[in-house]
Design a protein around this ligand. Structure first.
Ligand SMILES: [Zn+2]
Length: 454
């Protein structure tokens, strides 16, 4: 009789069915999936009974280093506690963005010493003249390339001019990787914010009013037309508005390879949160009107949105509080890796809005497929034994002070959630036992992108 390193029992969420069963794990990989009747022997047996064993969440949108006080250790511990087994770290680091191989390789080394879950790394390019780094970064293992049509910071997070976007897309197409964009119309937003500031309209909702939906939809439209002519695989990050998804559907029908994500706050909050929570509810693009949020949910239910991400931005109070009297002075973004998976479970599976299989697709399988991450994203033989175990009946209350991230501020503080992460397993090893992170920094591995040269 074959013996496994680990046997995991529970309600196993496979690619197209859920079974009360057991998974045999060997050398960190799923070796067999069997019904309860089968006799499986393991050095270690974890019986989760009626809890769901999901494929570990893959969060494609995390910013470990936009706040230098954060970094891999707190964010990856927070991710482990949130059921995330792999995340893709964004390239807009302080002080230097990940726009050349030297900086990229340094980040890989740091990751291998500090991570507690597995991590892929995004690459980016300098505002101008940076495209010659695209092929080398792809060969060094970048998972995809992130660019922006909105200027958050001229050096770290620049608006890339159209001629450079075009050159970049042609080169990224050759790598087979995906070109992803923060898509907002810079000129209109900058102009509107100037007008609002001059009129002293700096109340929290002014953040929403100065970024109307067309600032997102018009930016996305341009990028999809560029993708049509270059053939590049395009990904639109943090979609906030249902019309953006309507437009994406149109271009998909024309053969453009475009995928999209939304982030959990766009589904779970609306613009009224800016009045309630002020700068804590400020993100880019902004939270939308309730009917627009309902439109995004329709797209989720129809399967038109490929995946959900956190856009974890680990700001401290010192970055948010300047916005208390003038919303434009607050940093944009909020933390999310620790609460996204349970919050999304609460809003979907627990409410009967999505099946566990649909949930597994938007949280794990599609992220792995969209970004071609080998061996990750589903519970199937040969795949990494990466699991997020959720007790579907357990109720708990979000407490921002308990976050493993240094960013201890969320508009979800005090919210009751149905569905609790009771264990997170990466490559067959428990990284979070429901109470504590159980591995040391350095357990997590760098996962190279699909164009990496070995
Ligand atoms: Zn982001």
């Amino acid at each position: 009789m074959e013996k496994y390193d680990l046997v995991v029992r529970g309600k196993i969420v496979g690619e197209d069915r859920v079974i009360q069963g057991q998974i045999g794990v060997k050398d960190g990989k799923i070796a067999t999936i069997q019904p309860m009747e089968a006799e499986l022997h393991g050095d270690k047996v974890l019986d989760f009974e009626n809890a769901y064993v999901f494929p570990g969440t893959i969060d494609v949108h995390v910013h470990c280093f936009s706040n230098p006080k954060e970094g891999f250790i707190p964010t990856s511990m927070s991710a482990a506690a949130g059921g995330i087994t792999t995340f893709l770290d964004m390239p807009y680091d302080l002080p230097n963005p990940i726009s050349n191989v030297e900086i990229f390789e340094k980040k890989v080394q740091q990751l291998e010493q500090e991570a507690v879950v597995d991590i892929c790394l995004w690459g980016t390019i300098a505002k101008t003249g940076g495209t010659e780094q695209i092929i080398p970064l792809a060969e060094a293992g970048a998972v995809a390339f992130k660019m922006s049509t909105f200027e958050t910071d001229a050096y770290r997070f620049p608006r890339i001019p159209d001629p450079e976007i075009l050159k970049a897309m042609q080169l990224i197409e050759q790598t087979g990787l995906r070109a992803a964009f923060h898509s907002e119309n810079d000129e209109i937003i900058v102009d509107m914010i100037d007008e609002y500031k001059q009129a002293n309209k700096v109340y929290p909702k002014a953040h929403n009013e100065t970024r109307p939906p067309l600032t997102e939809t018009s930016a996305v439209l341009k990028l999809m037309e560029f993708a049509y002519w270059t053939g590049v695989k395009l990904h639109i990050v943090h979609v906030s508005h249902p019309r953006t998804i309507d437009l994406i559907q149109l271009f998909k029908q024309q053969g453009v390879q475009v995928t999209a994500e939304t982030c959990y706050p766009y589904l779970l909050l609306d613009v009224s949160a800016l009045d309630k929570f002020g700068p804590r509810a400020k993100n880019n693009p902004p939270l939308r009107q309730p009917d627009e949020v309902a439109g995004l949910w329709k797209h989720i239910e129809r399967g038109n949105i490929d995946l959900v991400s956190s856009d974890h931005a680990p700001w401290g109070l010192e970055h948010k509080e300047p916005g208390n009297d003038n919303i434009f002075l607050s940093a944009s973004g909020m933390p999310g890796v620790e609460i996204m998976t349970p919050l999304m479970f609460d809003a979907t599976v627990a409410k009967g809005k999505c099946t566990p299989i649909q949930f597994a697709k938007i949280m794990a399988q599609h992220p792995a497929e969209v970004f071609s991450i080998p061996g990750k994203g589903k519970i199937a033989v040969g795949y990494d034994a990466d699991f997020a175990v959720i007790d579907p009946e357990a109720k708990w209350v979000i407490d921002e002070n308990q976050f493993h991230s240094n960013s201890k501020l969320t508009p979800f503080h005090g919210k009751e959630v149905q569905g609790k992460i009771i264990q997170t397993i990466v490559r067959g090893t428990t990284v979070y036992d429901g109470t504590d992170v159980t591995v040391k920094p350095g357990f997590g591995k760098f996962v190279a992108g699909a164009a990496a040269k070995q």
